[in-house]
Write a protein that binds this ligand. Structure first.
Ligand code: ADP
Ligand code: TRP
Length: 354
């Protein structure tokens, strides 16, 4: 009889099936250190690719403010960078309904986990961290004490980063090449813990290095980086954007001379903002001669301004509503903390500290 074929409503549409799909999605996690104003290298190299991943993964993205504290000691500066980086992610299109988006400092479980991880982290492992080694080498070359100016935050940086990662059962951690070693250290620490307790207490994450993402050149042709002072800020007002682009360093080739597009940072930057047809057209202008650098810069400014104007507008709106931004970050922390608390509870239990 028909009555026996009652639709198990809870099981189809809203219930089990959706839950199953939801939990099958892998978790991607990454953080950005608020140590300066975001620039277009950060946008194309980190933020945009991370936002693309949110289609495929359950994402947890955060502002690594305690990592920034190692270098930024001025409170007004640090708090401004935190807000700007948070607003930057949102202006770039992060949907806080879809992505768990929070400040590292709002998840105190991070610090409890850091302490637990410390007990399983060999000091020798930290001695091998690239950032620490580079600082020691620089000191040695200068004839200073090897540890001059190096704080414990820098030395233990990879443990805090491992806590960020392991707290959220991350499957993949998308990072730039320079950060891959830190994720590998998180793997090592997680494995040491799992080995000790003979159980998979922590999920061992995979590193996902953004190999195919171009290194965005700065105004002097080197990699764009705030430490080189060659950046194009992502949210520069239109006038400033034009000024910075007009100041891009070029060679002394005259207007009539044919030019090589690939070796010009103006062209490399134009690639990021133009359609394939526009790119082809500019390449032809380079090759055929009769194009001065001013003309190429103007083309770059127009294309960059076209893409960045809506981002800048959203950024300004978000920055003009500090309470709104705080609410978004507070909601993110509310979603993050129970997940983090579960991981810490699991580990405390495994360790015999429950
Ligand atoms: P900076 O070099 O300006 O200090 P960060 O080290 O804070 O930048 O970088 C934050 C993120 O942006 C990292 O994931 C890094 O890989 C990415 N990134 C920074 N500069 C560039 C660039 N010029 N091209 C591509 N990606 C970049
Ligand atoms: N150390 C990273 C950087 O400098 C930022 C970061 C902190 C991070 N915690 C993380 C990245 C966890 C990925 C996962 O870019």
């Amino acid at each position: 009889m028909d009555g026996t074929r009652v639709k198990p409503a809870g099981l189809y549409k809203g219930g089990f099936f959706r839950y199953f799909i939801f939990t099958m999605k892998k978790i991607a996690l990454t953080g950005i250190k608020p140590t300066g104003m975001l620039h277009i290298g950060n946008y194309f190299g980190a933020i945009k690719p991370a936002l693309e991943l949110t289609r495929e993964y359950d994402a947890r993205y955060f502002i690594a403010d305690y990592h920034a504290l190692n270098t930024v000691k001025n409170p007004a500066e640090l708090s401004a960078h935190i807000r700007q980086v948070a607003a930057g992610w949102l202006a770039a299109g992060l949907d806080p309904e879809k992505v768990i988006f929070y400040r590292q400092s709002s998840v105190p479980e991070t610090f409890e986990l850091t302490t637990i991880l410390m007990a399983f982290t060999a000091k020798g492992l930290m001695n091998r961290a690239h950032a620490y080694k580079a600082a020691v080498q620089e000191n040695t070359e200068k004839g200073d004490d090897p540890d001059a100016g190096i704080n414990m935050g820098l030395f233990t940086y990879p443990v805090l980063m491992a806590a960020d990662i392991l707290l959220f059962d991350s499957d993949v951690v998308p990072v730039g090449k320079d950060q891959a070693q830190h994720v590998e250290m998180a793997q090592d620490i997680a494995r040491a813990i799992n080995f000790n307790y003979k159980a998979e207490v922590l999920r061992v994450p995979e590193v996902s290095v953004r190999e195919n993402v171009a290194v965005v050149p700065g105004s002097d042709g080197r990699k764009m980086s705030k430490s080189y002072g060659n950046v194009i800020p992502l949210f520069a007002p239109e006038k400033e954007l034009r000024k910075i682009i007009m100041r891009i360093v070029t060679n002394s080739q005259g207007v009539e001379e044919p030019k090589d597009p690939e070796s010009s940072q103006i062209y490399q930057l134009y690639k990021l903002f133009s359609t394939p047809e526009e790119l082809e057209a500019l390449a032809n202008r380079y090759r055929s001669g009769g194009m001065g650098w001013g003309e190429a810069k103007e083309a770059l400014f127009q294309a960059a301004n076209r893409e960045l104007t809506p981002l800048r507008q959203r950024f300004e709106e978000i920055m003009a509503d500090p309470a709104g931004l705080d609410t978004i970050l507070a909601r993110g922390a509310e979603k993050a903390r129970p997940i983090a608390a579960r991981t810490v509870a699991r580990l405390r239990k495994a360790a015999g500290i429950d």
